[in-house]
Every structure is written in structure tokens, then in C-alpha cells.
Design a binder for this molecule. Structure first.
Ligand code: EPZ
Length: 430
């Protein structure tokens, strides 16, 4: 079983380049099958969830030509099956985007329901509400969503919950519905805008993405396009917290600073320096950092996907901080792991009360999910001594070359697959 072995105590320095946004790419890859023309996509993150999505696209009959790690061409004219294989759904949740894409293009889709997830139940009722409003007959049969429609007609849809997935999924289906669909209470994340821009580059007519009201004028067909994915704001934020937690000085390149505003604001509140450039930010971690409070909210609020990483950073600040997780019901599973490293966090419902500590002490911990795993790596980099992080498969779902990028900033980390290799690394770095 692969693990990360980390020797903490070295402030991260130098620079790191951020890759394409995983959560934009997952929606864009699904949307790519909505035309029979060839679609060329670059700045794709080479992470497991993306690679599984590409396998699923190829499995239903589309031609997938991986030009290089970060570039792919998809030609979906050969799709022969609107039913997505269960195996892919089990491995990634975002395969639910196939419902919107296949329903939009073929008026027919059969996609197994995504399983639960470590961070909460994650229902898809708002997705199904949107498809029904567009005129689809939607059933749950033998664990799969079966959605069919003679034709899709525009609707005025109000989402009861601000949902990234439902906004993207219903927006996709509505691009090929007849008439003007209005989505109210839509999510506003940068990756929603990226998927909308991608669809518009294919000939869709979408206005208002990035606001809470999106207007989609249905078109008959979509055509091929060339597109580059936006930088990943969560990967960028993860390295920002890494720099602050290790008291480093790190230039984080290939970012859109505007997408990082809530993270920047909080790190500055804590006493860190954050310098913004056109396509980069520099974080200089203050020796002594102050506590602050965080409440996760839909964009432009503080992102839930940055909650564990910020909690680790706050653990190393003076005073008591409160972190309120208002999006998912089970996103504090890393707290028990941090306690093994000396963390002092008490969870009451959806609030974590964090008492600052001098430093973490290295220990063996286990990643409970993707972002919590990244947070434990940050804790290890800031800790005294060695930390072993197990279950790093979660981390590899969303972070490309995570350990190489950290090494590139002076961090002491190694991916190992045996106790012998771990011992050898510890001997080597001493
Ligand atoms: C996306 O998940 C992201 N995943 C998540 O990132 C991210 O945490 C989340 O958005 C919030 O930003 C991808 O984009 C692949 P939601 P999604 O629908 O779309 C409730 C990561 O670490 N809800 O915005 O599934 C839901 O339970 C992952 O990269 C309903 O009630 O999230 C949650 O409480 C983790 N009914 C809230 O809305 C629905 O039909 C927000 O969920 C849909 C959602």
C-alpha cells in the first residue's frame, strides 16, 4: 500500500505551478460528448478522477485520443450506448454528469446512482428535479437513474439547494432543450463558468454563469471546439496553506487570483503576507499567526474543499478559531487523525473549535478523503519529526504529482510502497 513519508520542519520556498481544475474538467469532459465533432481539451489535470472519466467516455463508444498527460481529443460520434457502466460510477461521483450530457444529446441516459461519500450523503435530488422540469421522465431503477424524453423543453427551475453538480448537470441538458431555460439559485463557482464557456465555444447560448441566475437558449446542435481548462483554485489554495503552515515563502504560479480571494483574505487576517500578481500569488508565512473564524459557503464564500487545509493552518496559529462547515455534514473526519499529531480540535455538530498549538508532532495518520488527506500532508510538513500518511489514493484522485511538487518547493516527502522503502528514506534524510 503506497504511503507518503514526510520529514517536517522545512519552510517551503521557491515556486510551484498549478494544474487544470479537476472539478471544471469533470464537467467539461462530460459535455465534450454532446457533439459528434472532435473536441480538443488541454490543461487537463492528470489525476485519477479525470483518467477514470476518460475511461468511462471511451467505454460508451466515444473515441478518446490522449495526446499527452494534459491534452485529449474526444470524438463522440461513435457512442453506441447511453448506459454507463456501474464500475465507473463506483469510482468517481462526477460520472453523474453523464446524465445531463446523454439526456441532452440523445434524450436517453442510464447512469448508476453514485454511492455515498466520506464527506456526506450527497443526494442528487436537485439534478433529477431539473431534468424532470425539462420534460424528461426520470426513474430510479435497480440503483440507476434512467432518464428519457421525447423532447426537452425549456423550463424555469429554482434550485432548493445551491449545488455545483446540479447547476452544471441541468445547464448541460438545457443547452439542447427547445426554448429559454432559466436556472435560479444556481451555484457560482469558477468551474461553473468554465463549463458554460466551454459549452458556448461549442455553439451553446448560455448567459449569466457565475451569477445565481443562468439563462440558456436551447440550440439544435453543438459543434467541436478547442478549449483550455482554468487553473485549479483548490490546488492553489492547498499550496497557499502549505506555505503559511510551514512559515515558508512560496510563489504559486498559473492561478487566477480572483478565484482565491476568500483564502487570501483569511491568510492575511491571520497575519500572513499574500502578494497578488496577474497569474500568480506569493504567500509569506508569518512566524506568529493569529486565530480567525471560517464558515464554508458556496462561492464566493470560503470553499468547503479548503476547510481541512485551513483547519491545519489555524491549528498552528495563536488563540482559538472556529470553523463552521455548512456545506457537508461529515467533513471533520481528519480531526481524529490530527489529534494523533497533537492537534487540539473539538467538534460540536458542524463546528470545529481549534485551539492553537506550538507545533504538530509527527505520527502515522490515514487520509479519510481527498482534501483531508492533503491537509494531513500539510500538517506533516509543518510537524517536528516524521509523519506517515496512509490511504494516499484519495489524494491522488485530485492532486497531480503532489509529492513531486512539494519536493520542488524544498519539502522532504517521499512516496513509498513498503516499510523497507520507508526505513531507507528515513535513514537517507536522517
Ligand atoms: C462539487 O460536489 C465538488 N465535486 C466538490 O468537490 C465540492 O465540495 C462541492 O461541489 C461543493 O463545492 C465536483 O465538482 C466533482 P454540491 P457536488 O452539489 O456537486 C447538497 C472535491 O474535494 N445537494 O454543490 O456533489 C449536497 O448534499 C469535491 O473536489 C443536495 O442536497 O456538491 C451538499 O450538502 C468534494 N441535493 C450541497 O448540496 C443535490 O441534488 C452542495 O453539494 C445536490 C447537492
Amino acid at each position: 500500500m503506497e504511503q507518503f513519508i514526510i520529514k517536517g520542519g522545512t519552510p517551503l520556498k521557491g515556486e510551484v505551478t498549478i494544474g487544470g481544475a479537476k472539478n471544471a474538467a469533470l464537467g467539461i469532459l462530460a459535455a465534450a460528448i454532446m457533439t459528434d465533432d472532435t473536441v480538443h481539451i488541454d490543461n487537463l489535470p492528470d489525476v485519477r478522477d479525470i483518467n477514470v472519466m476518460l475511461e468511462a467516455i471511451s467505454e460508451i463508444g466515444a473515441e478518446v485520443n490522449r495526446i499527452d498527460r494534459h491534452t485529449v481529443e474526444i470524438t463522440a460520434s461513435g457512442i453506441r450506448d447511453v448506459s454507463v457502466d456501474d464500475d465507473f460510477i463506483r469510482r468517481i461521483r462526477a460520472s453523474y454528469y453523464f446524465i445531463g450530457a446523454l439526456l441532452g444529446k440523445y434524450k436517453d441516459a442510464k447512469v448508476p446512482l453514485p454511492g455515498g461519500c466520506n464527506i456526506g450523503s450527497r443526494p442528487i435530488d436537485q439534478h433529477l428535479k431539473g431534468f424532470k422540469a425539462l420534460g424528461a421522465d426520470v426513474k430510479i431503477a435497480r440503483g440507476a437513474v434512467v432518464a428519457r424524453a421525447e423532447r426537452l423543453t425549456a423550463a424555469h427551475i429554482y434550485f432548493d439547494v445551491v449545488s455545483v453538480g446540479a447547476t452544471i448537470n441541468v445547464m448541460m441538458a438545457a443547452t439542447l432543450a427547445e426554448g429559454r431555460t432559466i436556472l435560479e439559485n444556481a451555484a457560482k463557482e469558477p468551474h461553473i463558468v468554465d463549463v458554460a464557456n466551454f459549452l458556448n465555444s461549442m455553439g451553446a447560448s448560455i448567459k449569466g454563469a457565475g451569477t445565481d441566475t443562468i439563462r440558456i437558449d436551447g440550440v439544435k446542435k453543438l459543434h467541436g471546439t478547442e478549449y483550455s481548462i482554468i487553473p485549479d483554485q483548490i490546488e492553489a489554495g492547498t499550496f497557499m496553506c502549505m506555505a503559511a503552515a510551514t512559515r515558508g515563502n512560496l510563489l504559486i504560479k498559473n492561478v487566477i487570483p480572483k478565484h482565491l480571494e476568500s483564502i487570501t483574505a483569511k491568510l492575511i487576517e491571520m497575519g500572513n503576507e499574500v502578494e497578488e500578481y496577474d497569474e500568480a500569488v506569493r504567500v509569506i508565512g508569518a512566524k506568529v499567526q493569529r486565530h480567525t473564524d471560517i464558515k464554508t459557503l458556496p462561492y464566493p464564500g470560503f470553499p468547503t474543499d479548503m476547510q481541512p487545509q485551513m483547519a491545519v493552518t489555524l491549528s498552528l496559529a495563536e488563540g482559538t478559531s472556529m470553523v463552521t462547515e455548512s456545506i457537508f455534514e461529515n467533513r471533520f473526519k481528519y480531526v481524529d487523525e490530527l489529534a494523533r499529531m497533537g492537534g487540539n480540535i473539538k467538534v460540536e455538530g458542524n463546528v470545529a473549535v481549534i485551539d492553537g498549538i506550538e507545533s504538530f508532532s509527527g505520527a502515522t495518520v490515514s487520509a479519510p478523503d481527498l482534501r483531508a488527506g492533503a491537509a494531513l500532508v500539510i500538517a506533516g510538513l509543518a510537524a517536528q519529526g516524521f509523519t506517515t500518511v496512509d490511504e494516499i489514493g484519495y489524494i491522488q484522485r485530485g492532486y497531480e504529482c503532489f509529492e513531486e511538487k512539494i519536493k520542488g518547493c524544498g519539502g522532504t516527502i517521499e512516496k513509498v510502497d513498503s516499510d523497507k522503502a520507508a526505513a531507507k528514506f528515513k535513514l537517507k534524510v536522517g
